[in-house]
Design a protein around this ligand. Structure first.
Ligand code: HEM
Ligand code: HEM
Length: 229
């Protein structure tokens, strides 16, 4: 294969249906988690009317926890798919041992150069480019696992000692961070880490869709990567 990938054969089926469905369900769950999580951290100063008629924060927390279960179960199912799915479904889960290969860094800096407007053309890939793959692992995957671990540690405080959430998470995560408020703070900061990933992700998928000459956004809808006419 040439270094710029111009000799790759297209169209190529890249994102299988479970990966595509997973992607959009997770994106939706994350929006619900960010909006409700934001209000859990910064509740509205007042809600009009009789206090016992209102359950606003209760519904917010319910939506947060329901989306949290969807988020967690879907990530576990996605990990299973990385084992049985095609090789592109594994890219996000690859522990970045590739950083020990000099050729990986050469490709990485070529992509970075394109992202920084130093190189006009980007290299072609079937799946993720080097920078995307590292971000998917380091930002999205590790960030999501962090949110699940800290989230269930906070949840276990409500379900109480003896519950699986408390035994599996709260019992060690809360002492590790210090106390409950510290876990709240790091869980909150984790949200901004994932929001940052998402903004950069949206910028690049749309930018690459316009400039790379390959299908990008539509590849996460139909599954195929192709050369644009
Ligand atoms: C993308 C994933 C998630 C995001 C962006 C997110 C965001 C947030 C934010 C911003 C808060 C407020 C923290 C504070 O300032 O006190 C919060 C609270 C909380 N989150 Fe999450 N969260 C996520 C995943 C989860 C998961 C997987 C669980 C597991 C059940 C969870 C459970 C909780 C709990 C129990 C609280 C505290 C609720 C309360 O004190 O009333 N979160 N979340
Ligand atoms: C909360 C919002 C979002 C999150 C957290 C997110 C996360 C991700 C993740 C983790 C992947 C890697 C999938 C894998 O390797 O299995 C991915 C790929 C992708 N996402 Fe998103 N996504 C979000 C929203 C969107 C939106 C709104 C679009 C479309 C405009 C989009 C378009 C894509 C595309 C096209 C890919 C494949 C990229 C490639 O070809 O290299 N995403 N996204």
């Amino acid at each position: 294969m040439s270094i710029d990938g111009r000799d790759l054969k297209f169209p190529k089926y890249v994102w299988e249906a479970p990966v595509r469905i997973w992607h959009w369900v997770m994106a939706l769950a994350m929006v619900v988690l960010c909006v409700t999580g934001y209000f859990i951290g910064s509740p509205l100063p007042s809600v009009p009317g009789e206090a016992s008629d209102s359950y606003l924060m209760g519904y917010m927390r319910f939506a947060h926890f329901a989306a949290a279960y969807v988020f967690t179960v879907m990530l576990l199912m996605r990990a299973y798919w990385a084992i049985v799915g095609n090789k592109f479904s594994r890219e996000m889960f690859l522990v970045p041992l590739y950083v020990f290969q000099p050729s990986w860094w050469r490709s990485f800096f070529r992509v970075l150069g394109h992202y920084l407007f130093i190189r006009r053309e980007n290299d072609w890939h079937y799946g993720h480019n080097q920078l995307a793959m590292a971000a998917m692992f380091g930002m999205y995957l590790l960030g999501s696992v962090f949110m699940i671990v800290t989230g269930f540690a906070l949840y276990g405080e409500g379900t109480g000692m003896g519950s699986w959430q408390h035994s599996l998470f709260s019992s060690w995560v809360i002492p590790l961070f210090g106390q409950s408020q510290d876990v709240h703070t790091y869980h909150h900061l984790g949200m901004w880490y994932l929001v940052w990933f998402t903004i950069v992700h949206l910028y690049f998928v749309i930018r690459e869709d316009i400039t790379s000459g390959l299908t990008v956004v539509s590849s996460m809808i139909g599954g195929w990567r192709d050369i644009k006419n």
